[in-house]
Design a protein around this ligand. Structure first.
Ligand code: AMP
Ligand code: MG
Length: 325
């Protein structure tokens, strides 16, 4: 019997402690990508800032539709074509992201895998309106794993019957694209926050943005640090979408090796100037767990990363230890 069911769209593991809102600060909040988004622009005239923030909103809404596998946007059409054995038409933007996802799959030894859409469907985590409450049959999971879902063959130009799910990398990609768009609009200082995953453009009123990393177990702050211009802070955790049976939690981040939700790790945060890498890395580190943390962090060249195993310890890179206070 399921004991509890929870399905929050996004639970920020980060808490923005200091972002002073003066006369020249414009903040635009909206819902996109199934989460709350805020675009805060500093030191720009209000009309120009509002125009820029509105353009970012339009970009996120547009991409949110096109990169969401479970509706009727571009990725859904690509998946439908793949399912019927056809080579899909793919826009340049989506093709770039798929190539990046395939590269990161290889780099993370398959722990990040954007071809797990069929597993997500089997678990029911695609259904935001009606969250799942049961474990799929072992045979169903095994049949999907036996097909060896992977984006790798895809990057070789051959169609493969997989269901692509970019949920583990889309926010990072959209933070990167937002930053690029803001630069084109001559916005020099901003914070884009996608439900707790954020990117800092420039310094914030002459000082770095200060954030607190919150414990996934309670409301306590594990430590604070200054985020430098150009850095993204991205978290993955078992608290975003889950259900529980007999006290055991089943959540939306799946281990591609077992087809089951990752049992050993609660949360990961990665700080990096490449938001796409940070996003895939956070997912991959969560899948790898504490025992693979150092190896994966080295392989991905991560200076600043933190992982919280179910035991409640904190595992972190030396670089992040030096920056945390
Ligand atoms: P994130 O919060 O970035 O870790 O992304 C979680 C989302 O990524 C899930 O909702 C799935 O859409 C997708 N996902 C789950 N497991 C994996 C995995 N092992 N590799 C890549 N994407 C995954
Ligand atoms: Mg991710």
């Amino acid at each position: 019997m399921p004991s509890t069911r929870s399905f929050t769209s996004a639970f920020a593991a980060l808490l923005l402690l200091a972002a002073c809102e003066g006369d020249t600060t414009t903040r635009h909040d909206f819902v996109a990508l199934g989460t709350t988004v805020s675009v805060t622009i500093y030191n720009a005239p209000r009309d120009r800032a509002l125009d820029a923030a509105t353009r970012i909103e339009a970009l996120l809404q547009h991409r949110g539709r096109d990169w969401y596998p479970w509706a009727d946007g571009e990725l859904a059409r690509v998946n439908a074509a793949l399912a019927s054995g056809k080579m899909p038409d793919i826009s340049a933007e989506l093709a770039t992201l798929l190539d990046e996802a395939a590269r990161l799959e290889i780099l993370t030894d398959g722990r990040f895998n954007a071809a797990l859409g069929d597993l997500q469907l089997a678990w029911g985590f695609d259904n935001i309106a009606s969250p799942p409450d049961a474990i799929p049959a072992t045979a169903t999971i095994q049949a999907i794993l036996d097909r060896g879902p992977s984006l790798r063959p895809f990057s070789n130009g051959k169609p493969e019957s997989v269901t692509i799910d970019l949920g583990g990398i889309a926010k990072g990609a959209l933070l990167a694209e937002s930053a690029q768009r803001l630069a084109e609009l001559n916005i020099e200082k901003a914070i884009v926050n996608l439900g707790g995953d954020l990117l800092v453009v420039g310094d914030v009123d002459g000082r770095p943005a200060h954030i607190g990393i919150r414990s996934p177990f309670d409301e306590t702050v594990l430590g604070g640090l200054d985020i430098r211009p150009g850095e993204a802070v991205i978290s993955s955790g078992n608290y975003e979408r889950f259900f529980e049976i007999d006290g055991k939690r089943y959540h939306h981040i799946l281990d591609p090796a077992t087809g089951f939700p990752v049992p050993h790790t609660v949360a990961v945060t990665v700080i990096h100037t490449d938001p796409v890498l940070a996003d895939a890395a956070a997912t991959a580190l969560l899948v790898g767990g504490a025992k693979n943390f150092d190896t994966l962090a080295d392989k991905l060249d991560l200076e600043y990363a933190l992982l919280i195993p179910s035991s409640g310890d904190v595992v972190l890179t030396a670089g992040l230890r030096d920056r945390l206070n």
